[in-house]
Design a protein around this ligand. Structure first.
Ligand code: AMP
Length: 369
């Protein structure tokens, strides 16, 4: 039976199981190690960024029940470093050990329609949207939502994959085919195009006793649909920052998240805040917190899922985080000689266009405490 982790902290020395072997898992494992925890990574290759630095690694498919059970027996608590861990694997682990955030939170975050409906049910605004199941439904949805609009797959879309821009002249049959939406993606969702002023995100940590700590809203600048830079903090009025915090905290509490919830939002010209999507895990836009925060998002996740008090989410200085994408990683020699640049490389051997190879956080002047 899962232990009653609301009462007993999982003390340092225990093992945290991380589903997924990417850079978010790597940085979580490094933070866990700083607090004396061990990590066991469940992923697909020994060369993945988290597997390279972890105490133990299981290389297996998420459909391999035997491998999942052996992994579960070895760990004291589990978490996931990416959204699309199959629900059956999450539920299997949850029957045997605590897993945070819970499978019910993951089920909503894996599905764009469910997450938008959940936000709207709490009275939180999103872009207008319609569920679409085929080209005919898309054509009617375009009439209802108007153009410009964006067609996205309901599941498995990231970094702009599975997205098609829809204009007045767009052929809906072709757009449907181009999006790749179908039964495997649970269909598509047509969203009204938001003419945003900027994109921001807020990362919230929540412990099982309800304690909450939110990081400052940051601005995210994308290039080719991939996060390029994060500006800390976002240059938004205090009232907008408060509204963004409020939205993120309400979603986190409404979902009952234990761990981290990242909420990506659009800020419109009139300073309204609209939720774009949520991720119940550490986020690329929170990397800055390792070097410029008093507690990193990764340490905060470890604290939350192990039942420890949350850390101080405030920052020591302003900062700019730049992802090193594809061959931008070759700038590492310049970055490492800059005393205010904190370089993080993920150990990926193959450079590919669009692949996140590392990041650099440039620190502003330290605040006077
Ligand atoms: P997503 O995969 O939903 O995070 O979308 C990737 C990027 O596409 C976002 O970061 C925005 O830059 C842009 N985008 C997504 N949805 C919309 C929308 N409804 N209106 C305008 N831009 C959008």
């Amino acid at each position: 039976m899962p232990s009653d982790d609301t009462k007993t902290p999982i003390a340092p020395g225990a093992t945290i199981g991380i589903l997924g072997g990417g850079q978010l898992g790597r940085m979580t494992a490094l933070a866990a190690a700083n607090l004396g925890y061990r990590c066991h990574i469940f992923c697909q290759s020994t060369d993945e960024p988290a597997a390279q630095i972890a105490d133990r690694v299981t290389i297996a498919d998420f459909a391999d029940a035997g491998a999942l059970d052996a992994f579960t027996v070895d760990i004291d608590v589990a978490t996931a470093e990416f959204e699309n861990v199959p629900m059956a694997a999450l539920e299997r682990i949850a029957r045997q050990t605590p897993i945070h955030p819970s499978p019910s939170v993951q089920a909503i975050a894996q599905n764009r329609l469910l997450e938008k409906r959940f936000a709207n049910k709490l009275g939180i605004a999103t872009a207008p949207f319609r569920a679409v199941s085929d080209a005919k439904a898309l054509s009617s949805a375009i009439v209802e939502i108007g153009t410009p609009a964006i067609l996205k797959t309901v599941r498995f879309g990231y970094d702009g994959k599975g997205q098609v821009n829809i204009d007045a002249g767009t052929d809906s049959s072709q757009a449907w085919i181009n999006s790749g939406a179908g039964p495997d993606t649970c269909g598509g969702v047509l969203e009204g195009f938001v003419d945003f002023q900027l994109e921001i995100s807020v990362i919230v940590a929540r412990a099982s006793n309800g304690e909450i700590a939110a990081f400052v809203p940051v601005e995210n600048r994308h290039r080719n649909h991939i996060l390029n830079e994060t500006i800390i903090p976002a240059a938004i009025p205090e009232t907008t920052a408060t509204a963004a915090h409020d939205v993120a905290i309400r979603l986190c509490e409404g979902l009952g998240v234990v761990g981290l919830l990242t909420v990506e939002m659009f800020v419109t010209a009139d300073e309204s805040v609209l939720v774009n999507e949520i991720a119940p895990r550490p986020h690329n836009s929170g990397h800055w917190s390792i070097d410029a925060g008093r507690t990193s998002q990764y340490e905060q996740l470890v604290r939350a899922i192990c039942g420890l008090p949350l850390g101080d989410p405030t920052r020591r200085c302003d900062a700019v985080m730049k992802n090193l994408i594809g061959n931008e990683v070759e700038s590492w020699r310049d970055e490492i000689s800059d005393p205010r640049a904190c370089l993080h490389l993920y150990g990926k051997t193959e450079i590919r266009p669009g692949r996140k190879m590392g990041h650099v956080t440039r620190l502003g002047a330290p605040f006077n405490d």
